[in-house]
Design a protein around this ligand. Sequence first.
Ligand SMILES: Nc1ncnc2c1ncn2[C@@H]1O[C@H](CCC(=O)c2cccc(C(=O)O)c2)[C@@H](O)[C@H]1O
Ligand SMILES: [Zn+2]
Length: 347
Amino acid sequence: MTTTPDHLHAFIADLPKAELHVHHVGSASPRIVSELAARHPDSKVPTDPEALVDYFTFTDFAHFIDVYLSVVDLIRTPEDVRLLTYEVARDLARQQVRYAELTITPFSSTRRGIDERAFMEAVEDARKAAESEFGTVLRWCFDIPGEAGLEAAEETTRLATDDRVRPEGLVSFGLGGPEIGVPRPQFKPYFDRAIAAGLHSVPHAGETTGPETVWDALTHLRAERIGHGTSSFRDPKLLAHLAEHRIPLEVCPTSNIATRAVRTLDEHPIKEFVEAGIVVTVNSDDPPMFGTDLNSEYAVAARLLNLDEQGLAELAKNAVDASFLDEPGRTRIKNEIDTYTSTWLAP
Ligand SMILES: Nc1ncnc2c1ncn2[C@@H]1O[C@H](CCC(=O)c2cccc(C(=O)O)c2)[C@@H](O)[C@H]1O
Ligand SMILES: [Zn+2]
């Protein structure tokens, strides 16, 4: 296994980027997790950031979800929500992320007793502070935790479509959690309502089950991008469909290894996706839990796809183009990427 050369790491570190697939709670840094764990000593989450490395080592996807929910349990007040969101934005800004769509699972917080309006105010307050203080634009994707069933689907849809509650920064609607035993078609009526309310459809699919789940996401949930889509490589017709209809994949390589969806990075199908002509975006999913960040994922992609600086800049522009940012915002970030790259490559 070769490594990514130092000059590419340096290029990636300052490259302006967009992040399209990153979870709110899954982005809590070890410092924030240990701070919240210390505040709530009844929790089984370790308070020592070093012990968190072991705690965040997963035997399979189900184990990952168990651990994930133990961190969700630490977020108990609107102030916890605001702090988490603001700190996540700070971490993104440090990596030169100019724009991020953050996946939030409001059901998990409202069912744990956080007032829905206070929750929305907390994330919006952090979004505005992040934009003015760090220059990072945040938007929200509200996802249904599929395993929690249709009650969760109903509640998430209500929170995403009721004008009196839905936050200004909300742009899309998703579906996360385990896929095994959670068929996608049952969520069609909820996606129909969210789409009718102007939201984009971005379900997870093909992360832990086969390509048929990706077809279901396309057919029943009218997916505009696919979260992961990892198993798509097993179906040539699906690859051709994704390429022809320009449905981007939100690829999260290190996540797929950490949850054991893929055995090793070298076996990751990202190269097959690019060779099939699919729009590939690279993302971090739950970065501290997977011991990664967006810059590391770009370094992984550089190695697996054999990219140079121009190739990395194209990858970054794929994410901007696949985003739900408005046209002037997309043009601004792409121009910034071009200027940065040509300055870097100038003799
Ligand atoms: N790689 C990932 N792939 C998929 N999802 C991922 C990934 N990373 C993070 N998530 C998040 O995990 C949540 C799962 C929450 C969940 O299953 C659940 C089940 C029952 C009850 C409750 C509750 O709160 O009471 C929650 C998803 O909604 C999603 O946002
Ligand atoms: Zn995800």
